[in-house]
Design a protein around this ligand. Structure first.
Ligand code: ADP
Ligand code: MG
Length: 474
């Protein structure tokens, strides 16, 4: 590709960003690349089928227009899925049942093809289906900057019909606590089951674990496995709690069988697949092979909208409950931690209002929610971010940091990055070593000690590290 073409592409991206805004741009276009320009046709690539179809149906004309504004010779824009991730995109179409191959794997060759009917409580129990909260639906989920992509993907999954090609599998959603993962997963379950097209089973990882383990104990593992075959969509919440070798082996098996058979798997966790330390590499890469979406912290605006929606909902039961907008604004501004605290704050106002009969005022709100106010939102720092920021700071590449090169200009940044990984994340030394090109934990320990020793004397380094920390925690 010529420099000129690359330059045009940069301009087109700038134009696009200016037109759709930063949020939309980073949700949908950040990972779009230019592949080729031939005879007026521009070929762009994205990593997943989902992104492709979304961009095609929502932004095709806009993208073309941006190109034409830049290069009047362009007549067509073609969108393809990049081959590196085709693995997840060329899965067989959903079949009405798991293939014979997998069925026999599941049932030790003793498959009689019996699938359970939707709504069969005994089977649901055998599987340990977790209870659902009727309030957690798409209707009550407020969409904002931080969750647009996750919401769109969840909607897509919930609305897919039996036999539709699977766009991304698994769908993996991760975020800090209280930011709406469970809400979104249960919404998928409600909506999917209401459509009646495919059976959606929602399990917490713990239920998966205990359902399976107890099924083994009562020797109904066969029934359990067979019942799993009747599932169109398997939803697993809080995957980070999955523990134990045999459970993980079974999880891996289930995941592979479902995905290979074109069944949808949806997962939520408090960390990205690469940080699920206890899972083995194959499972991690399988998890990362679908669509991985992070939900960021709820912004103030989103918190405000959630609060407004909550008050409306509460008024269905408590018609006299009235919260002035400035009070909602105050809560949205100050109670920043997560969705759960927002709910807690409103519950207090409601309780106070009901018990005392006093109207809700700003003064009352200030008093009632005082202890829910957080000075600052703790941010999850990821090892990847540390590597990126440190690499940028020291003008080396991220792969330099992971490489085995030992020249001074990469050794120090690498040590700094390891030190930051140890101090800013909860990751263990072996895990950090693994994430730095498969190094031994003693190497990490050495780096941490080295930097600790240096910052005591070297003011410039100490300051550098402070700046890096601030950048990462901002
Ligand atoms: P997580 O599973 O990520 O820890 P939850 O889904 O349990 O978080 O959300 C915590 C609370 O915040 C729930 O009451 C949920 O309904 C609410 N919440 C979070 N995000 C949203 C949103 N976008 N719209 C409406 N409510 C939300
Ligand atoms: Mg949850």
């Amino acid at each position: 590709m010529s420099n000129g073409e690359q330059e045009s592409w940069s301009r087109v991206k700038e134009r696009l960003r200016a037109e759709v805004g930063d949020d939309v741009y980073s949700s949908w276009f950040a990972r779009m690349d230019l592949e080729a320009i031939e005879e007026g046709a521009v070929r762009l690539s994205v990593p997943t089928r989902f992104l492709k179809s979304w961009i095609q149906s929502h932004y095709a004309e806009r993208v073309l227009a941006c190109w034409q504004a830049q290069e009047s010779t362009v007549t067509r824009v073609e969108l393809i899925v990049r081959s590196a991730v085709l693995k997840s995109a060329v899965l067989p179409k959903a079949k009405s049942d798991i293939t014979a191959d997998h069925a026999s794997r599941y049932t030790n060759g003793n498959s009689n093809g019996r699938a359970f009917s939707p709504g069969d409580p005994s089977v649901h129990e055998a599987l340990g289906g977790s209870p659902l909260d009727p309030r957690l639906t798409f209707d009550t989920f407020v969409v904002g900057r931080s969750n647009t992509l996750a919401h769109a993907a969840a909607k897509q999954v919930a609305g897919a019909k039996r036999g539709d090609p699977v766009m991304f599998n698994p769908l993996y959603i991760h975020s800090g606590v209280g930011l709406g993962k469970t809400h979104l997963l249960q919404a998928v379950t409600w909506a999917g089951n209401a459509a009646g097209e495919r059976k959606v089973l929602y399990l917490t990882a713990e239920k998966f674990m205990y359902g399976f383990v107890s099924a083994l104990r009562t020797q109904t593992a066969l029934a359990f496995k067979e019942a799993l075959r009747g599932i169109g969509v398997l939803v697993i919440d809080d995957l980070q709690f999955l523990q134990g070798k045999s459970t993980q082996a079974e999880f891996c098996h289930t995941l592979n069988a479902l995905i290979d058979a074109g069944r949808q798997v949806v997962i939520a966790s408090d960390r990205p697949p690469s940080d699920l330390e206890s899972l083995d590499d194959r499972v991690r890469s399988r998890l990362a092979g679908g669509l991985v979406v992070e939900m960021g912290p709820l912004g103030e605006e989103l918190r405000f909208e959630i609060l407004k929606a909550r008050v409306l909902a509460a008024r269905a039961h408590h018609p006299a409950f009235d919260v002035p907008l400035p009070v909602l604004g105050y809560i949205a501004k100050t109670v920043t931690h997560n969705g759960r605290d927002l709910e807690g704050a409103l519950n207090r106002l409601l309780a106070h209002n009901k018990l005392t009969g006093h109207a809700v005022t700003l003064e009352m709100a200030e008093r009632e929610v005082r202890d829910l106010i957080r000075p600052q939102e703790p941010k999850r720092v990821k090892i990847e971010d540390i590597q990126r920021v440190v690499a940028r700071q020291y003008n080396v590449s991220r792969s330099d940091l992971l490489s085995s090169r030992r020249t001074a200009n990469v050794v120090r940044p690498r040590q700094v990055a390891m030190y930051l990984a140890k101090t800013l994340t909860l990751r263990s030394l072996p895990e950090i070593g693994r994430r730095f090109g498969g190094r031994d934990h003693t190497t990490v320990l050495h780096a941490v000690r080295k930097i600790e020793g240096l910052v005591g004397n070297d003011m410039a380094l100490a300051e550098e590290i402070e700046i890096l920390k601030r950048q990462l925690q901002e």
